[in-house]
Unconditional design. Sequence first.
Lengths: 463, 259
Amino acid sequence: MSHKNLALGSLRELGTVGLVAGLCGTYAATLIMASSILGSLGGDGEGTVGLMLLTVASVFILIALYVGAVVIVNAVDTVISGRLRHIALLRLLGASARSLRRSVMVGTATVGAVGAAAGLVVGTLLTDAVRMVLVARETLPEADYPVGSALLIVAFVLITLSATAAGWLGSRVVLGVSPATALAGTTAYRRVPLRRSVWRGVLGVLFFVGGFAVLALGALVGESSPAGFLIAFFGAAGSATGLLIGARFVIPRVVSTFSRLLGRDPSSRIARRNAVLDPLRTTRSTMGLVIGVTLVTTFASGMRALSDSVTAWDLDPQSLVQATQVLSVATTVLICIIVISSVIAAVGFVSTMSLTVLQRHREIGLLRALGFTRSQVRTMITKESVALSASAVLFGIALGLVYGTLGAQSLVGAMTPGVVWGMPLPALVVIAFAGLVLVLVASRGPARRAVAVTPVEALRIEA
Amino acid sequence: MTSPISLQHNQTQPVLAMHRVSKLYGEGSGRVAALDEVSVTIPRGGFTAIMGPSGSGKSTFMNVAAGLDDATSGEVVLAGQPLSQLGDEGRTVLRREQVGFVFQAFNLVPTLSALENILLPFDLAGRQVSPDQRQWIDQLVHTLGLAERISHRPSELSGGQQQRVAIARALASQPAIIFADEPTGNLDSRSSREVLTLLRTASREYGQTIAMVSHDPVAASYADRILVIADGRIVGDHGPLTPQQISDLLIGFEVGAPA
């Protein structure tokens, strides 16, 4: 007997899961193949260069995978929250909560595996194609390049496992659905109070404060020795871990503070409240953006600080030009590699926005009946999108500037007088523009659907 | 208790006038008339109950009369404005300024507190709450026993309290008419009596015009005029009746209806 699709309806509801797994797969395959190709150039097959590249690639892949998993948890949680009455009805008819939750997990795992496989194939083919073009144009030498890698299988297993685990985490809501919900006339509003776990708070603060202390120490040591960079790296990793652990306490507050700037009219007020209605969902849907923007800004800011420092050194014009060129190429490559987590996060953000607006069908109908005009409804949804994404982008930029500057300081502080702030203006402009595009993409569809809601149809009792 | 009513249009005009209003659903042979050439007027200040069996068209009546839905033909004049000449925006503004709503369920915006829900019509219209209105709202909140729960979110209120907040919101802006759709449908009998008494008081003491859609004879017995709808037509227009009389009337229609 298969009730794979019972709890979730069609697997199409899990489109985001498939897309995210696919993006992770494509990304992983591209990085793995690229580093094994570059590795095979560096000497006899899997030499030290290949190993080093792979290590760096794995860090990036794991970051993308983490962001992907957060997005999947949120997607599953959001889909299920919108189907609570349906799930309650299944419970009423005799389905056990455990079996329903298992079916959600199986569904997520299936979609995740399909997405991962498709992504890995696409990524491998893409890299192979690029390699062939480069060999044909004689940019790369003729050689016996690998066409695949055993690591692709490892990536497949990892992505599928992450999707499965994320499905399990995201479906926790199912356990709390009482069969009686199906009989209640009113929509059951699920408000899970944020569990104020003490150890999470303490651990988060410890890592965050400790990490920043170590990071500052690294920058200080950097004044006399480049070894400061290693210290700073661990400091940055520590404080970032602290932020991830404590994100659910920090991010909703950042969003709520920022969204006060939106205005005081009813559309803005309701947008603001909805943005932080479910702190955990708010955290999950913006955390990926924060991570992505922080990474991009860190690299951009760090590289800018480095090149500004280099300009201040006593170099002959030729080596100066050379150094700046190397840095600028490195910046571009690194940012291209790191930008994927922002893309995955953006996909998650768009999908959460549209699902939550869809679930607010009735509320929107009520607002229309009470006198919200269509443009007020549209404003409300756009502002919610602005509140969430702008907070994430600004927070990420602030973090990235600190990380990038301190990182650069720890590396070359000994050779440069004072602290050089890395202000990568072009990158910031691009990030701001991308943020604007994201706001529009995330709110346009939901706003159009919301504006089409008629009060009569939305307020019908059996809605 | 006094109410600082400031009327926005001519006192003698009816609040609602419907002239040969039809609402048709479906196409061709499957065409059904939810409202069939209904003509009726509701004068200022009364408490009218609109009754009828399930599927009689009473909810459609309310939706069309309140400007929530378009009539297929005929004219609805609400608070002096012909609805057919208003676009979506115009009707939205008319609802915001002239109409109060109390629905059976899901009346309140979940993210707003009780007080914010009550003040929503003012906020939406961008109107400042005058000292007089503020006093009126405080009075309402007090009379409805909501004073202590005023900063709570709807999810923290009982069904009866939520319904009272909805009524306070409808009364707060002193609209030309309040439409109540089965306002006691989800309530226990005690809360239900409270809500109905409130509506009657609002109409008798503050001159608030109220149209209530219900299928419950007890609820309708609180009204001073009872319209009966069956198969999309108004088949009865009565003064105040007892629950027993209303019940008999309805059973008469159910039994006497052609099969």
